[in-house]
Design a protein. Structure first.
Length: 406
């Protein structure tokens, strides 16, 4: 058991060492050059910037004689607009730098919506360079979906701006996913290495982004650095406002050597093993395609369910709010109605003078006996009997008082 564990440990160590070596090989190996600030040892022709570089001091940056052009990020997806786009475009052109705009392609929204987002802020009269389409991901898309989407976006750009756009991607991305249909396009290739990009299908690149760690005066963050292919210059990407680019070539000015036609080989029938292997590869490719389509369909359904759930919750909240508002109005109306009923049912008091009863009226203050009179032996005159109610009672009271005094 210990021997097995030791063997497994050795295998894991070997895998880690191999992975590390591969990563070091793929890593950008121009770090030393990137430490220059416009140093004479570094050759570059242009840069591309976005909101990542924040506020750029274009007065200082434009003084760099190596910078012949700059591509500025305009949009991403269907809704995002770079908040620094307007400032970068205006200031760079004001300081004499040729500018172009690029869109970052997303797989989560439609091509029509993304195109509408791009043209909403990228105006033809403000462009010195042909538009650039940044393609870096195919998440959720099959190869065919990716190729169709990029082709549709490129066609829309060409129809709107009257010029074929340039396409940006890594060399491995182009070789693996896009294919020969995009070889005629102007290509902007990213490969962070000292060795130049190598493309399949006979494609030629115009621009090579060789580093993402450039240091440029006037910019506080690292910058992507690019250079032209041999035989190419800024004229190959200039925008002609009368329609089309300054130069009609879409590939570098290289003259391919004439190739000799190989001698025709007689047709050799394939063996059963070869046919079986081709059939297996075909089935695997078909299975991968179906799996990718199912995955994309599943994700689309999931997104649709989430949207429906959100819409259902929104409607529920709206109904609840309307119901509360209706109950509140009913309660106010009911209180108002009760208040009106109470006011109508309340009796009104008559505004008449109260009847005066002589028997109940108090005696005048002048006739009231004083304390001295009460103690003096003076005989009180008989009280005259009044007419009206309670006269006999009054008489009895008077007689009783008289008798007591006697």
């Amino acid at each position: 058991m210990k021997q097995i564990i030791a063997i497994i440990s050795l295998i894991l160590v070997a895998i880690l060492l191999t992975t590390n070596a591969f990563a070091q090989q793929q890593k950008v190996d121009v770090v030393g050059d990137n430490n220059y600030e416009n140093g004479p040892g570094l050759h570059y022709d242009g840069i591309d910037v976005s909101s990542y570089q924040k506020d750029i001091d274009w007065t200082t940056t434009a003084s760099d004689k190596n910078i012949k052009f700059v591509y500025v990020k305009a949009t991403e997806g269907a809704t995002h607009k770079s908040r620094h786009y307007r400032r970068n475009i205006d200031h760079a052109r004001r300081h004499g730098v040729k500018v172009g705009s690029y869109h970052f392609l997303r797989t989560t929204s439609s091509i029509d919506d993304q195109f509408a987002n791009f043209i909403s802020i990228v105006k033809i009269e403000e462009q010195d360079l042909i538009p650039l389409l940044d393609v870096e991901t195919r998440r959720g898309w099959s190869n065919k979906q990716l190729q169709d989407s990029v082709k549709k976006f490129a066609d829309l750009l060409e129809a709107h701006y009257g010029v074929r756009p340039m396409i940006y991607m890594s060399s491995s991305f182009f070789n693996s996913y896009l294919g020969p249909g995009f070889a005629p396009y102007p290509l902007f290739i990213a490969r962070y290495s000292k060795s130049e990009p190598k493309l399949s299908y006979g494609a030629k690149w115009i621009l090579w982004q060789f580093s993402d760690r450039g240091i440029i005066q006037g910019i506080d963050a690292n910058v992507d650095l690019s250079r032209f292919n041999r035989g190419c210059s800024v004229n190959d990407i200039l925008f002609n406002r009368r329609g089309g680019r300054k130069r009609g070539n879409t590939v570098p000015q290289t003259v391919p050597e004439p190739k000799k036609k190989p001698a025709a080989k007689p047709d050799v029938p394939k063996s059963k093993k070869q046919l079986k292997e081709e059939e297996r590869q075909r089935k695997e490719a078909e299975k991968r395609r179906r799996d990718e389509e199912k995955k994309a369909e599943k994700e689309a359904k999931k997104r649709q369910k989430e949207l429906e759930k959100q819409e259902k919750e929104r409607r529920k909240q709206e109904q609840k709010r309307q119901e509360e508002e209706r109950k509140k109005q009913q309660k106010q109306q009911e209180e108002e109605r009760k208040k009106q009923q109470q006011q109508q049912q309340q009796p009104q008091k008559p505004k008449t003078q109260p009847k005066t009863n002589a028997a109940t009226q108090p005696l005048p203050a002048a006739t009231a006996p004083s304390p001295a009179a009460a103690t003096s032996p003076v005989t009180t005159a008989p009280v005259t009997k009044k007419r009206g109610n309670n006269s006999s009672a009054d008489n009895d009271n008077v007689n009783y008082s008289t008798r007591r005094r006697k």
